[in-house]
Design a binder for this molecule. Structure first.
Ligand code: APR
Length: 242
């Protein structure tokens, strides 16, 4: 596959992942035609600051289920291959929209979580952070009396400055940018593939369905599972490196 060749030739490779990276672990994505979360629920009613303040019960119910899902499932073959490629210095880092923590759990070190994480909750009043297990026990109160909420970015909120600036630096200097499992429909996260392309990177999009950015890509792979594609690339890399 051309991607294996590009991976070997590139001096800096960045991976960008979306919910499609974790469907093979058992987690639903958001906009897939057949099972996306937002096909059944209106995100603005659930995953927003308004929902947290005005629709508390539905908000907690939704996020308790998502935290349970993240704890029930685990990183898949694709997550582990990306961690191996980082160890072998084939990739520099992973910019992810996912909040499941699976890249880190699989062993990836340089992971920029643009939309935060379900692994933690924090107090809206004093900012104290707890493991999301507290949430699972139905404990929504901080020791200070404030309300606990998942440490994910809700619609209408700013992205974490640290993750955003690291992702921007990487996107500006990388020479190969590979998108895995994202519809690229949410900004500002969906600007990173463009920034990389505009700074001279080759852009690859591997996604089951077409995305709004396919026409910018140097290579697009549709209708194939990420796990299979990454496995094929890894086999080629091993053959060529022997
Ligand atoms: N292999 C390849 N592609 C897949 C697979 C798979 N196994 N499973 C799903 N996909 C594709 C789907 O076809 C879909 O186009 O992954 C894409 C996932 O897109 P979305 O569901 O829109 O998820 P994502 O792009 O990560 O959403 C971005 O939206 O709701 C917010 O904060 C949330 O981070 C999320 C953001």
């Amino acid at each position: 596959m051309m991607i294996a060749k590009w991976l070997k030739e590139s001096s800096s490779t960045t991976i960008f992942t979306g919910a499609g990276m974790s469907t093979e672990s058992g987690l639903p994505d958001f906009r897939s035609a057949n099972q996306g979360l937002w096909k059944m629920k209106d995100p603005s009613r659930i995953a927003s600051v308004q929902a947290l303040n005005n629709n508390v019960e539905e908000f907690f119910e939704f996020y308790r289920n998502r935290v349970a899902g993240v704890k029930e499932f685990a990183p898949n073959k694709g997550h582990h291959l990306l961690a191996k490629w980082e160890r072998n210095e084939m990739i520099d880092g992973i910019i992810t929209q996912n909040v499941d923590g699976f890249h880190t759990e699989a062993g990836s070190q340089n992971v920029m979580e643009l939309h935060g994480t379900l692994k933690k909750v924090h107090c809206q009043s004093c900012g104290s952070e707890y493991d999301s297990d507290e949430y699972m026990k139905g404990n929504y109160r901080c020791e200070c009396g404030g309300t606990l909420r998942p440490s994910v970015v809700l619609f209408g909120e700013m992205l974490p400055e640290n993750a955003f600036s690291h992702a921007l630096t990487l996107s500006e200097k990388t020479d190969l940018f590979i998108v895995l499992g994202s519809s690229l429909s949410v900004s500002p996260a969906n600007q990173f593939p463009l920034i990389a392309k505009q700074n001279g990177a080759k852009l690859v999009i591997i996604n089951m369905e077409p995305t709004e950015f396919d026409h910018y890509a140097d290579l697009v792979i549709h209708e194939r599972k990420i796990g299979e594609v990454l496995d094929e690339i890894d086999t080629e890399l091993q053959e060529n490196l022997l």
